[in-house]
Design a protein around this ligand. Structure first.
Ligand code: GSH
Ligand code: FE2
Length: 357
């Protein structure tokens, strides 16, 4: 059994992969992206996983890794290739090493070519492999910078990836067309650069003539990744809201727990987005809340002050999550959803105005 998620960063077309052991809840994350750390951390939390390791398939040229940020936020350790030359890792990986998470592990295979330090991670039962920018779906990583070599890549693919079981699923670090997964069998047969009877010279000729522009982020990404993604001014909480203790959901909403709301209630505006009959109904309301039904929120947003935080509430937390989205679109920055709505508020014994029982 395996918990498995493929995560996408649209900016750089990067895939990150979350692998978890269902029994121990230990997990590892392959190729995290700096800008997606908040999202990915929310998923890891919601799935009840504990992140042990972030792994890098290589020193990326097109985006900054989230490894350092995860280490700061979640206490995970950083593992990457010894040959990659990056500073700040907790463990340097070599061909043949294994990285354990619970009862599962991935095997490390050196697959140089895109860079001299590229790794492929193969799941213990060889049902999946994470090929980084070595083998892409019906393609391959480029070989024209970062000590790339078409000769090495050809050998890596043929000796380390095509030798895996034909049913082994292959997950790349990028896909620029939105394709998500392939298999050893498919790529052996249909990869237009490396499959079938294609020889090394054919491949080298192909790679010399790719004509790709350098990645837009290369001058920022490579130096940052050589420090495992540690920013120049290292602040793990940069960009995190400071006005309250909030949690971010994988669904993309900032939430405030009832207890945390009690602590900041005096300085915040509480907007109840239920209908009037509910506001005055049996469940009751929270003292000081202002009623603006969700359907009227766009038109009445001017009634809410922009210089004080806003918390939205409804019966269960669903409509108020949409209220948060609407208010953010209307230019409110410090906005959060009261997690679980009135139902949870009541269930946890917080005080109610009006209502019955
Ligand atoms: N336009 C992209 C280029 C990205 C790029 O060059 N990606 C590398 C991987 S880091 C690659 O091997 N691409 C292969 C391809 O585009 O076919 C960017 O600016 O980020
Ligand atoms: Fe790359």
């Amino acid at each position: 059994m395996l918990i498995f998620r493929q995560l996408f960063d649209p900016q750089s077309s990067t895939y990150s992969y979350l692998l978890g052991d269902p029994a121990s809840r230990e997990a590892l994350l392959i190729d995290p992206v700096f800008e997606q750390v908040r999202r990915d951390a929310a998923l890891i939390h919601e799935l009840g996983l504990r992140l042990l390791w972030t792994l890098e398939t290589h020193v990326h040229a097109d985006h900054v890794t989230g490894a350092w940020m995860f280490k700061k936020r979640s206490g995970s350790s950083i593992a990457l290739a010894e040959t990659g030359g990056a500073a700040g890792a907790d463990r340097l990986l070599n061909h043949g090493d294994t990285v354990e998470f619970g009862k599962r592990f991935v095997e490390v295979r050196a697959t140089p070519g895109h860079t001299s330090g590229c790794l492929t991670f193969v799941l213990d039962d060889q049902s999946m492999a994470f090929t980084g920018d070595c083998l892409l779906i019906r393609g391959s990583g480029r070989t024209d910078f970062q000590q790339g070599s078409a000769h090495s890549m050809y050998l890596s693919v043929r000796s380390q990836i095509f030798t895996l079981p034909s049913s082994c699923l292959l997950y790349p670090a990028h896909d620029y067309r939105g394709l998500t997964v392939t298999s050893v069998e498919e790529e052996r047969r249909f990869n237009p650069r490396l499959g079938g009877d294609i020889g090394e010279q054919d491949f080298t000729g192909y790679m010399k003539n790719l004509g790709l522009a350098h990645p837009k982020q290369i001058d920022v990404a490579v130096p940052a990744n050589l420090k495992c993604g540690q920013p120049e001014v290292a602040q793990a909480d940069a960009g995190e809201p400071a006005w309250a203790n909030l949690t971010y959901t994988f669904g993309g909403i900032w939430e405030i727990q009832p207890q945390a709301f009690e602590e900041i209630a005096a300085g915040a505006q509480l907007i109840d987005v239920r209908e009037p009959n509910e506001f005055n109904g049996p469940i009751g309301r929270i003292a000081g809340s202002k009623l603006i039904p969700l359907g009227e929120l766009v038109a009445r947003a001017a009634e809410i002050a922009k210089d004080r935080p806003v918390v939205a509430v409804c019966r269960s937390g669903a409509r108020s999550a949409q209220a948060v989205v609407i208010l953010q679109k209307a230019g409110f920055t410090d906005v959060a959803n009261l997690a679980g709505g009135m139902l949870r508020w009541r269930a946890e014994g917080h005080s109610i105005e009006g209502g019955r029982g």
